[in-house]
Every structure is written in structure tokens, then in C-alpha cells.
Design a protein around this ligand. Sequence first.
Ligand SMILES: C[S@@+](CC[C@H](N)C(=O)[O-])C[C@H]1O[C@@H](n2cnc3c(N)ncnc32)[C@H](O)[C@@H]1O
Length: 241
Amino acid sequence: MTIKSVPINTVTPEPVQRFWRLDERLEAVLALVHTGIHADIGSDHAKLPLRLIQSGRARRCIVVELNPGPLALARRNVARAGLTDHIEIRAGDGFAPLHPAEADSASITGMGAGTIAGILRRAQVGVLPPTLVLQPNDNPAPIRVWAQESGYHLTDERLIDGYWPYPVLRLVRQSGPDPAYSGLPLAAALRYGPHLLREAGPLLAARIRADVLRLTPLAAPGRTAQLELNAAQDALKVIEP
Ligand SMILES: C[S@@+](CC[C@H](N)C(=O)[O-])C[C@H]1O[C@@H](n2cnc3c(N)ncnc32)[C@H](O)[C@@H]1O
């Protein structure tokens, strides 16, 4: 009996047209990117870059991953989609694997806001692209503070319904004070988002009311909860004038 040798670890390319399903938060991120070269930091499965290329919203993508498991998954998915010519995968921490001015835009999604702000703060001079789309899993205030200190304006914000409300922020490098905050109470705008406050959608309104209820029994002069309650009450005045 002859036994055919079967190569192991070969990847069968799939048609490029295969539809990579994104959840609603990543669909929202996708809709805010339209670019030449896009870097997705902490990509894991690489679904966002795959859809960016397939939908023509990016010409080329760079995937950056810190951990070996997600790195292997990204390599596998990109190879199966037949998109290795369009999506390059690099191992590393945050923006460290990127060269200065290499990317036109970048995304960081599915992490805590403090982690995302830390990755942005650690980026070497000149490496951060002019457009950033960020989707933290919690209160995005550290990212909004970083943007104010670092010359990025908040040009778009979304709040996406999901396991919990997912904020999505689009930042563009621009000089001068960010006009998005003008006329708004600053602590409330940093906590809840200037565009989201002006929009006054039901998801944000529910969140602010829940914060007021939660913080009222905890608040006392000198406590952090008092400052947070003040911000929530100021936010309520903006959305319910
Ligand atoms: C929770 S997953 C989110 C995956 C994907 N971005 C999403 O939104 O579905 C976070 C990923 O970021 C990677 N990661 C965490 N810190 C990183 C860093 N400093 N640099 C690169 N990747 C990082 C983790 O290995 C993990 O794969």
C-alpha cells in the first residue's frame, strides 16, 4: 500500500470574498476608517484588518500583536483569506514595531481605556499616525485626557449597544484647543464625551442616570465619588436642559 505524504501546516487559501463577520463595536470602528495604510494594534483575530481590506477602506494593513497565541491566529486568518500581500503581521508592543510616519491611521480596540492610553503614551515620537480610532471597553476619560494633552481633536464618537455600551472614538491630529469641548462642563465632557452629550442618545442618558443613582449615596465632600456625581449631574443638565 502506498501512503501519500500529506504536508502538514499548509494553509488552504479561501476566496478573498469570504465575509468576515464583525460584531457591532468593530463594525462601528470599520465605518470610521478610510485610509491608505492602517495599523491595528492588539488585533488578535485580525478580523478588522481583513474587513478593511475586503471593503476597500484601507489599501494596506499592519497587524501588531504582543502575544504568541493571538499572533498565530492573526497569521492563520490572514493566510486563509489569501491576503498576506495586503496585511503584514508584526510581533511587538503597541506602536514599537512601526516606523515613523509609516501608517496613515491606527486602531486599538477591545482593551481598557487605561491600557489604550498607556500604549499611546509609550509610542515613540513621530510614529503615531494622524488619525486614531479607539474602542475602549470602559470609561474613555483617560483617552480623552491624553488627546487633549497630545494635540488630537475628537472628531467623532459613538456609543454602541452590546454586552455593555462600547464607546468608539475617532481622533485627528490638529493644533489648538479642541472645539468639541467648547461650551460644555469639562469634567462631564471628558467623562461622557462632548459629541455624545450633544447627541443626547438614550444609551448615554440611561448611563448618566444610573451613575447619578449609584454615586448619590457614596458622595461626600472631598471624595472622588462627589466629583464623579458633580460630573454626572452636569451631564444630565446638558442632555435634559
Ligand atoms: C481583548 S483582545 C481585543 C482584540 C481585538 N482588537 C478586538 O477588539 O476584538 C486584546 C488583544 O490585544 C493584545 N495586546 C494587549 N496589549 C498589547 C500591546 N501592548 N501591544 C500589542 N498587542 C497587545 C492582546 O494580546 C490581545 O490579543
